[in-house]
Ligand binder design. Structure first.
Ligand code: 6GU
Length: 228
């Protein structure tokens, strides 16, 4: 998979060189390129924003650098998926990550300030499928942190990125439930014992206990996931 990220703070993404995703990049499974939006400006100050038509607080990202960036990056594939992290978008879920992990080419446009000129989204839709995607119902200062979260969630689903594919399925949200609790040695620690059942060797009983734990914590912490 190829991912192009456009941002005015490209160094945010240096962290993606670490760990699992770093290895995926080295092995060529994940072809990640981070670009500075200002490279598509032509004025002396490399301006990317201006005041909003109609008035109001803050600045809006100008369309011209975005148009040139999208033209150049979309030219490298037939049907890119163009993602704009936005608190006004659809909520990013595990199903979204699974969907995006199937794509050949993602372009992620990170907005700052009060947002990007609306015409950029319309234009982008002539180049590929456009998705406005939000991390959740709270406000960040820009799309970078959201883009990092999305790249990690999508990247780990690309075949070969996570060494043991079994570890992908027993995770919170993969089956619509929260994950069961995990324990390791020592079996007693600061007067707290590991649940007896996990030491029993009875794999059927352990699987049933874990399932119960999943359902119970989901009921308490995230009843919305159960449709209640
Ligand atoms: Cl994707 N962007 C911003 N700026 N704020 C957010 C968000 C995205 N998701 C939640 N809050």
């Amino acid at each position: 998979m190829r991912i192009d990220v456009v941002s005015i703070f490209p160094s945010y993404f240096d962290g993606l060189a670490l760990s699992l995703l770093g290895k995926a990049r080295e092995s060529g499974i994940l072809d990640l390129h981070v670009h500075d939006l200002r490279d598509w400006t032509s004025d002396r100050h490399r301006t990317v924003d201006d005041t909003p038509y109609g008035g109001g607080a803050g600045m809006v990202m100008k369309p011209e650098p975005w148009g040139l960036a999208l033209d150049e990056l979309a030219a490298s594939s037939s049907e890119p998926t163009i993602i704009f992290p936005s608190p006004a978008g659809e909520v990013f879920r595990q199903a979204t990550a699974r969907d995006l992990a199937q794509r050949e080419h993602l372009i992620i446009g990170c907005g700052r300030y009060e947002g990007i000129d609306e015409r950029v989204f319309e234009y982008a839709a002539t180049l590929g499928e456009v998705r406005l995607v939000s991390l959740g119902d709270y406000v960040l200062n820009g799309g970078e942190v959201a883009a990092m979260a999305m790249i990690e969630a999508v990247g780990r689903l690309i075949p070969g990125v996570v060494g043991n594919p079994e570890s992908l399925v027993e995770e919170s949200h993969e089956d619509g439930l929260l994950e069961y609790p995990s324990y390791t040695k020592p079996s007693a620690w600061r007067d707290r014992a590991v649940p007896e059942i996990l030491l029993s060797g009875n794999h059927g009983a352990i699987a049933a206990w874990r399932r119960d734990q999943q359902v119970e914590r989901t009921r308490v912490r995230r009843p919305d996931l159960l449709g209640d």
